[in-house]
Ligand binder design. Structure first.
Ligand code: ADP
Ligand code: MG
Length: 322
């Protein structure tokens, strides 16, 4: 029912950034290599996401908007082995229950399909010419749940939350071209050529490649690859440090702290580096079930990993003349 979808939406769709996250994950799950994200008014007025992925079969289009209609594997243990991001089949029905949604999709075989669904009610469905991929526009978010609208912060805050999600996904998928614009103004464009260093630079606007250091190393359990900024390129918060585990963005305080520790006394008090660190490990060492939505994960052998990371960063910084 629409009410059930609206209740589920309370968990899945908190703000425009949650819509962007769910739609981007769907595009990535559908093997898109090019994703455009076009926002109006911090996504409250509209969020359009265009991907060149697999598209949705005609008969599956209305089904995708039904609850628990995921076409993906369910096993949570597999979450870190497979790259599938969605697993609940709740995002599309939830979003459609609290917004106006227009979807145009094509698998590349035969005609495409267009669906208009508003406040959970299907308004129109027809075939339509379309390129392979999916083009989804979510407008007037929370138009029928004013209490939720009231909880939104300023446009600047809502926009920064969206940018944060796009940035982290762009760094998790350096092979994918991301283009983000807001009110017609370009905010990010990545090359999609697999070069993580370039994505890191694009995301944080680092002009000089020499201000980033490659961090690489491994032990029996972990392989670390990433980039950190020189101590002179800092920010006032830890938010510019991204830790990826097996290519997925996660939150883990101990690992972030270990990276900062590697800088020793080279950082001014209250200043933090920019960094992206990808850690490859046996998925069995990761417990994803701690907080699936908050992205916090618990790791076995966390202390060993922390020590390795601190050492790699500190050796790298020590090896160059600052
Ligand atoms: P989940 O991602 O958990 O499966 P969603 O509600 O996010 O659930 O999506 C429902 C289904 O719609 C997906 O399982 C997928 O089959 C299809 N789908 C959604 N977005 C896209 C997209 N951009 N490209 C291809 N298929 C999509
Ligand atoms: Mg999904």
């Amino acid at each position: 029912t629409i009410l059930a979808d609206q209740i589920a939406a309370g968990e899945v769709v908190e703000r425009p950034a949650s819509v962007v996250k769910e739609l981007l994950e769907n595009a990535l799950d559908a093997h898109a290599t090019q994703i455009d994200i076009l926002l109006e008014e911090a996504g409250v007025k509209s969020i359009q996401i265009v991907d060149n992925g697999d598209g949705i079969d005609s008969e599956d289009v209305p089904v995708a908007f039904r609850r628990h209609a995921t076409s993906k594997i369910h096993d949570r243990q597999d979450l870190f082995k497979i790259r599938t991001l969605g697993f609940r089949g709740e995002a599309l029905p939830s979003i459609a229950s609290v917004a106006d949604v227009r979807l145009v999709t094509s698998t590349g075989a035969g005609a495409g399909d267009e669906l208009h669904i508003s406040g959970g009610e299907i308004k129109e469905q027809k075939s339509a010419a379309a390129r392979k991929g999916t083009d989804i526009t979510v407008s007037d978010l929370f138009f029928n749940t004013p209490a939720r609208l009231k909880y939104l912060r300023s446009q600047a805050t809502e926009l920064s939350k969206i940018v944060d999600i796009v940035n982290r996904l762009a760094m998790s998928y350096p092979d994918v071209t991301f283009h983000l614009s807001h009110n017609g103004k370009d905010l990010l464009r990545t090359a999609g050529n697999g070069d993580l260093k370039q994505v890191f630079a694009d995301v944080y606007g680092i002009q000089n490649a020499r201000k980033m250091l490659a961090i690489n190393g491994s032990d029996n359990d972990f392989t670390i690859d990433g980039y950190v900024s020189l101590p002179e390129l800092t920010r006032a918060s830890r938010e510019y440090i991204s830790v990826l585990i097996n290519g997925r963005y996660i939150k883990n305080f101990a690992i972030t702290k270990a990276l900062i520790k590697g800088y020793g006394s080279k950082l001014m008090v209250g200043r933090f580096p920019m960094a992206v660190i990808n850690i490859k490990m046996d998925p069995l060492l990761v417990d994803v079930n701690v907080h699936p939505t908050k992205q916090e994960v618990r790791l076995s052998k966390e202390a060993e990993l922390a020590e390795l990371l601190t050492r790699l960063v500190s050796e790298k910084l020590g090896s160059i003349n600052l």
